[in-house]
Write a protein that binds this ligand. Structure first.
Ligand code: SAM
Length: 329
């Protein structure tokens, strides 16, 4: 058996690590305010434990890591973790997904720690809407943070935008204009039915095809040929634009056949599929003193449990699914 090939012959090379379940924002579609159960600190993997899992993963063929959360920059000494991950042999690509609120102070230390690619989540370019959406007044901080990241050399800077009807679907052309003026990669993400109590409905869902056809009224979308760092995004740019536009169509165009990902939650569960609550506990063996070889087997079990395809269509009716803030996106 090839260590990182799953039951459907997909090679798993990409680990997304949620370093905390805490976030300083309360995005209405991501983090519930009612019944938000935070993990006890003791249940969250320490940096040493996270590093151990990543090292094990590299021996199985993982070469790409994304650090996410909760809000990763919210965790104390996050830069130290980044530095250590960047130094792990066989890790070729490290990136971060952040809400950008602390980037103004942290972009430079993070860059020096070795990470040069960053995704900043920003669903609206309207400050009032931002406050409504995130339940916090941090719009200016994010703008300044992105600017500092840009001057500090981060490239690419990707801006994650979850398209939600009635919330930001009227801003698509503003984002188009943003991509023309700024060298950022705007990534439109389809709103996914994840997390109980978060009121996902089909009415709020906007397919990437719909977003694309609205964006075409701004100007012709020129296709960008795929490159190795693309993941599932379909990429375009407007003529003379400094930046680009991408679509991540997790629901409308399944990319499961090419899925190369596995996730590690902040409480030490390996999650084979974003959309399924099936998880493999790696924290207990870690804390019970099991060695490297055993941890490798646990990791392989998680790879083997990746389903052929996701079943997001049934999630709406299910109980118990973790909110995205605890999985990391
Ligand atoms: N705090 C960081 C941030 O804001 O980017 C990282 C964690 S956040 C859970 C990661 C990404 O998941 C964000 O871009 C967020 O917009 C996205 N996300 C959260 N809930 C989602 C949903 N239901 N559908 C699609 N994307 C979602």
């Amino acid at each position: 058996m090839v260590p990182n090939v799953d039951s459907y012959n997909r090679k798993i090379t990409y680990l997304r690590v949620s370093v905390t379940d805490r976030c300083n924002l309360r995005c209405i579609y991501c983090t519930p305010v009612k019944n938000l159960k935070l993990l006890d600190h003791a249940d969250i993997l320490s940096y040493e434990e996270i590093l151990k899992v990543i090292r094990v993963a590299t021996e199985l063929g993982i070469n790409k890591v994304r650090l996410t959360g909760g809000e990763p920059l919210h965790r104390r000494n996050f830069t130290h973790l980044v530095e250590s991950v960047c130094l792990i042999p066989r890790i070729e690509d490290v990136s971060i997904t952040t809400n950008g609120v602390f980037l103004k102070e942290m972009a430079r230390p993070l860059f020096e720690a070795g990470v040069h690619r960053i995704n900043v989540s920003l669903d609206t370019l309207n400050p009032l809407k931002y406050t409504k959406l995130t339940r916090r007044e941090c719009f200016d901080a994010v703008g300044e943070g992105i600017q500092v990241a840009e001057t500090g050399g981060f490239s690419p800077i990707k801006v994650n935008v979850v398209g939600i009807r009635g919330l930001n679907d009227d801003e698509l052309l503003r984002f188009a204009d943003f991509s023309v003026r700024k060298p950022y990669h705007i990534r439109f993400i389809e709103y996914m039915p994840i997390g109980r109590d978060l009121n996902w409905t089909t009415e709020k869902y906007v397919s990437s095809d719909e977003m694309k056809s609205k964006l075409k009224t701004f100007g012709p979308l020129l296709k960008i040929p795929p490159s190795i760092h693309d993941g599932p995004a379909e990429r375009y740019r407007f003529e003379s634009a400094k930046g680009e536009i991408g679509f991540i169509s997790a629901l409308s165009h399944h990319f499961c056949p090419s899925c190369n990902r596995i996730r590690l939650t902040a409480d030490g569960k390996l999650r084979p599929c974003l959309f399924a609550d099936d998880e493999v506990d790696i924290k207990s063996p870690l804390r019970n003193g099991y060695g490297h070889e055993h941890l490798k087997k646990v990791f392989q079990q998680a790879i083997a449990r990746k389903p052929r395809r996701h079943h997001a269509e049934i999630l709406e009716k299910r109980e118990g699914l973790r909110p995205m803030s605890t999985i990391g996106g």
